[in-house]
Design a protein around this ligand. Sequence first.
Ligand code: ZN
Ligand code: ZN
Length: 412
Amino acid sequence: MQRVLCLVLVLAVACLASRPDPRGEELRWLRGNTHTHTLWSDGDAAPEVPAAWYREHGYQFLVLSDHNVLSAGERWFPVDATGRLTPERVDALRERFGDETVEVREREGVREMRLHTLEELRSRFEVPGEFLFIQGEEITGSFRSPGPPARNLPVHVNGMNLAELIKPGKGTSAREVMNASVDAVIEQGQRLGRPTLAHINHPNFGWGLTWEDVAAVVGDRFFEVYNGHRGVRSLGDAEHLSTEEMWDHALTLRLTELDLGLLYGVATDDAHSHWIPDQVSIPGRGWVMVHAAALEAGAIIEAMKRGDFYASSGVALEAVDVRDGRYVVRIDREQGVQYTTRFIGTRMKDGQPAEIGVELGTSTTSPASYTFLGDELYVRAVVVSSKLHPDPYAEGDFETAWLQPVRPAGLD
Ligand SMILES: [Zn+2]
Ligand SMILES: [Zn+2]
């Protein structure tokens, strides 16, 4: 009987899906940051500063995602010696980007500088096939937690490739607000006939979202497993799971009781500080590598929706291949650096999750591979290097890549 069961399991995992390649097109790895702030909301720099930084640091795409605003329309920002846009910074913008690019006016005794719109930035920074902007918004909502003490807790969702501003969702719980914001992103995409994507941001920020909330996202399937802003409590505490632990618990709940399918992890900078690195939220801490057919918003979003991307704080991969019952990871190795790949998942027993988010296997070679046994609900992989992150989220962080979870064919 046991042998028959084994055979069934072996056959089942032999059918394990590889992620479908889009119609045989050649895919490129594209590096992008999907979460950035500027003077359009609470960032400290005009948008050309991060635009130049990301373009010069090997990124192919950048999502400007200010709080509840699109980088569109006429907007003047006060020049103030004690504010975020000082006269010295205006001079630095002139020097760096050209006198003609800086527009300043005097209004009722207040000096102001006009912020450039995304359309203006596109013509100055975009290069076909090399660098692309995608319009985003951090849909910044909250809900009233009954407490005690009663207070407003944050629920932030990033919308990608928007054409219209989205107001934060309303509701009496984190889940209602979160799903209303996500649904608005998806609804806009359907209504305007454009691909859009929503990801849940920093669930532990202000302890706004529990892992059960993250598990309950319905309209889309992305959350920040890594956010470089040091104020977002990614590591949790004695009473709260880290974002990576949340991922395993959320995946397990989604794939068993909720029937909601896989949840994918993104890494972002959530950078606010572009002028003077204050070490709190700077560019370059975390990003996504997307395996897309073209440097276009549609192709990038399509690749992310089929799970063909990974999150990184430094480790680069050559290939991720899931087929014939094996999860295989090829690392783009740096000389003198060691890599440990951990395969993590939840084991099932008698139709119930037996061990949630446990290490199923480990490898120090490249390629690293894991052969499915058949009792896994899902399997994901994390590659940790022996190299310390140069600008870490927390002291002692090693460069890491977080790969997406997969599960047996036909079950998602
Ligand atoms: Zn936020
Ligand atoms: Zn943010």
